[in-house]
Write a protein that binds this ligand. Sequence first.
Ligand code: SP5
Ligand code: ZN
Length: 341
Amino acid sequence: MRVIYSEDHKLRDARTELYAGQLVTPFEAPFRAEWILAAVKEAGFADVAAPDAHGLDTARKVHDPAYLDFLATVWDRWVAAGFEGEAIANSFPVRRTSQRVPDNIVGAIGHYANAADTSITKGSYEAAIASMRCAITGADWLNAGNRFAFALCRPPGHHAGIDLFGGYCFINNAGVAAQRLIDHGAKKVAVLDVDFHHGNGTQDLFYHRGDVFTASLHGDPLFAFPYFLGHADEEGEGQGTGTNRNYPMPPHTPWQVWSSALADALARIKAFGAEAIVVALGVDTFERDPISFFQLKSEDFIRMGEMISAAGLPVVTCMEGGYGVPEIGLNVANVLKGLEA
Ligand code: SP5
Ligand code: ZN
């Protein structure tokens, strides 16, 4: 298992998250990656490498280039407008509105946001690029003929859509990794999203494509973020018809139920003919995660890795969510252990 990690994740260190009507210290903070790195090293995963210095070529195949330009410039535009707080969207194009991109930065940030939980700060873009580079480098480890890589991505990516940021995500790392595998010659790949939250961004990237199967196991959007996508009847469209699968599950879902959804997703990934799996790994399914409502225990994450490994495919794992508690490191290390068992 090669681990890919960049110190540049620390450039993403927001002071504010709009939560419960207050600006709180963000759940998605630098300590997460530090704790996870320490725990995977402690568990014996000592092959840690820095990412290669990739540009945006792969990202431009899954994201709108104008959106990537927005990400690159939003902080400077926000500062130039004279604003003193972090950049937070507060006005959105919703039902019955134009989808033209406003020139005004407050309008532009609302246009490109799918949630107001994510403040943009100086350094957020640079950290997102470093995170994306970890994912690409992980995909390339598979392209070189290896079976397992762990891209310790931070910030996470699975809520980032074609032209949308939010849910602590800016560039869809797992989606970029999938594209990288395709560009290297894979005919079909799968993104398996086991984060507590629906992978709305990843679903958006590949909804009309037949070469990438997307599966997401998550808290039912009727009760959980991202609220507006992730229902079981979203199955893909056009060329992508039948290539998206959602497993929404209710509050207090335990491993026994969750794991039967995982078994179904893996069977569909095999039937689809995927040549590799990109795992979007959130450990916010843990029973003591501060913002989620599943009941997985630390030992369940070993079984999770074992089940995914039993599909017999190369696996690049990209870090997504998992918050607050010290066990996030152990839980990630347990998935990696299960994969290599
Ligand atoms: C990558 C990832 O896991 N992103 C999640 C973003 C969630 N942001 C909104 C959080 C709202 C949580 N509300 C939960 C109430 C718990 N009492
Ligand atoms: Zn999550």
